[in-house]
Design a protein around this ligand. Structure first.
Ligand code: CTP
Ligand code: ZN
Length: 151
């Protein structure tokens, strides 16, 4: 029987080793759930592999911004970013969660100073990477739902 495979891309970015089931959240981070992409985009969910399962997102003709990569690190710390040119992987790197996360997620505490009108950017200390645990540098509250609070 002929097996159907998702095509390789020519130019663009492959986000590989996304935590199983998180691909749709990656699309949300990239703004593609509101504004559909203009170029070919493949989303593969639950790809079985040697280390369990993973998701993959393939974006033709797209490069990621640093902020988007950091946001992906928050929800999928083992993801890899592969830059493709002329169908070859020319660069591969793992997303990396910094020690502090500034301006990417907002604090869940409505009384936190970062949720008032003063120009105070939200800042979190990364307490743990696996699982990701963030604590607000201002009010000390632990962030319960990272994805729901993405800026
Ligand atoms: N890929 C693609 N189009 C290309 C080249 C690669 O879609 N023209 C995809 C591959 O399918 C894979 C990812 O980009 O999902 C990384 O490719 P590659 O480095 O060749 O695969 P691996 O060596 O298996 O990567 P890793 O070691 O990071 O798992
Ligand atoms: Zn706070």
């Amino acid at each position: 029987m002929k097996e159907l495979k998702v095509s390789p891309i020519k130019h663009g970015t492959v986000i590989d080793h996304i935590e199983c089931g998180m691909a749709l959240k990656v699309l949300k981070i990239l703004g593609l759930t509101e504004e559909p992409p203009e170029d070919t985009t493949s989303v593969i969910i639950h790809v079985p592999g040697s280390k369990g399962c993973k998701d993959i997102v393939k974006l033709e003709n797209k490069e990621l911004k640093k902020k988007e990569v950091n946001q992906i690190a928050l929800i999928s710390p083992d993801a890899t970013i592969n830059i493709i040119r002329d169908s070859e992987v020319v660069k591969k790197y793992r997303v990396e969660l910094p020690d502090t996360v500034i301006g990417i997620v907002k604090c869940g505490n409505p009384n936190c100073i970062t949720n008032f009108h003063e120009p105070v950017e939200p800042k979190f200390i990364v307490e743990s990477r696996s699982p990701v645990v963030l604590r607000c540098a201002y009010c000390n509250r632990k962030l319960e739902d990272v994805t729901a609070n993405l800026l």
